[in-house]
Write a protein that binds this ligand. Structure first.
Ligand code: FE
Length: 342
């Protein structure tokens, strides 16, 4: 008599366990990342482990991902957008594909200048764009500021990539804030006059060219040098060892910095998980991982940088609020164009 009843109880128990299980696993977050899979996946796996949230990752080129979220509109499965450059995050915000997030954890972890004033995006790592000089051709004493690179003593000695690259657009946007339009234009003209060759290739190519003596110095992001130094390819390593970093503008505003960052998308269906993920990426552990793996600088104060970053020494960073880089992007592009920066 009792047996069927017991079965029913067992069945009910099993059913409810199953339901609880599926509820626990219900948390999900969809990430669209312009960062390569190996630069984000290990952190996402950690997040999955800690929070029991399933993370689905889509990677792609930054501008293509923005376009994709725009065209998916309301039906976009994206919850989180991760991309590089403040200029691009601003672009996403202008395209109305992001939503504001008000998180005390994010506000406490990320300095004000590295997040959008209205909470539409938050920096997750810092990327520094100093001068890198060939140690046989330039003495650090000869270097001072970005501004000084337009001086005729540097005629045909400078390598830098093209003006369609957003890192350079953001650098010029920062000069627009600090120097104004007229001075930035004449600086850009002087710099272009000092190019050793027509811009070609990426940052790494500029470092290689400086190392090979095709130019005496380059402007490039530090993590590229880090990757070359850590490379298993002895050719890359040897090239990297021929250049050194010079931190410009140290007696003034500081070296130009940019960010990689994250945002919650406007039509996110998993808002809570999306915010939790951003908070996780701003945690000490995740911040240290960035420094260790991609040689970027932690955005959070007090996080231990990697040995490589420590070797490069400390520097003063420009404290400019980075949303200006986005606001002034169009003007920066126009200035570069007028200076005939190819
Ligand atoms: Fe890059």
């Amino acid at each position: 008599m009792k047996t069927p009843h017991l079965h029913a109880v067992q069945f009910a128990l099993a059913f409810s366990l199953c339901l609880t299980g599926s509820l626990l696993n219900a948390a999900e977050v969809n990430v669209y990342s312009a960062r390569k899979e190996n630069l984000i996946k290990p952190l996402l796996l950690e997040f999955e482990k800690y929070t029991d949230t399933q993370v689905n990752l889509i990677t792609g080129k930054a501008d293509a991902l923005l376009q994709r979220i725009i065209s998916e509109g309301k039906h976009s499965p994206a919850d989180v957008l991760i991309t590089t450059d403040a200029g691009r995050l601003y672009r996403a915000q202008q395209a109305k594909i992001l939503q504001a997030v008000d998180s005390q954890i994010l506000k406490d972890s990320i300095p004000k200048q590295y997040r959008d004033p209205d909470g539409y995006w938050y920096a997750l790592s810092l990327r520094v764009r100093p001068i890198m000089y060939n140690i046989e051709r330039v003495r650090p004493k000869e270097l001072t500021t970005y501004e000084a690179l337009s001086d005729s003593v540097w005629r045909k000695r400078i390598c830098i990539r093209s003006s369609d690259n957003i890192y350079n657009q953001s650098l010029v946007a920062s000069l627009l804030v600090h120097l104004g339009e007229k001075e930035t234009l004449s600086w850009a003209k002087g710099l272009v006059d000092n190019f050793a060759r027509a811009p070609q290739g990426g940052d790494r190519d500029q470092i290689r060219a400086a190392a090979a003596g095709q130019c005496d110095l380059a402007i490039a992001n530090t993590y590229y040098l880090g990757k070359m130094l850590a490379s298993k390819d002895p050719v890359q390593q040897a090239a990297a060892e021929k250049v050194k970093i010079f931190w410009p503008n140290q007696n003034g505003r500081g070296v130009h910095v940019n960010i990689s960052g994250g945002a919650v998308t406007r039509f996110s269906k998993n808002r809570e998980s999306a915010i939790a993920l951003l908070e996780f990426l701003a945690s000490d552990k995740a911040q240290h991982w960035y420094a260790q793996t991609n040689f970027e600088y932690p955005v959070k104060a007090g996080v231990q940088p990697s040995q490589m970053l420590e070797n490069w020494g400390t520097f003063k960073a420009d404290s400019l609020s980075l949303h200006h880089l986005g606001e002034l992007n169009a003007k920066a592009v126009m200035i570069m164009d007028r200076a005939q920066w190819k």
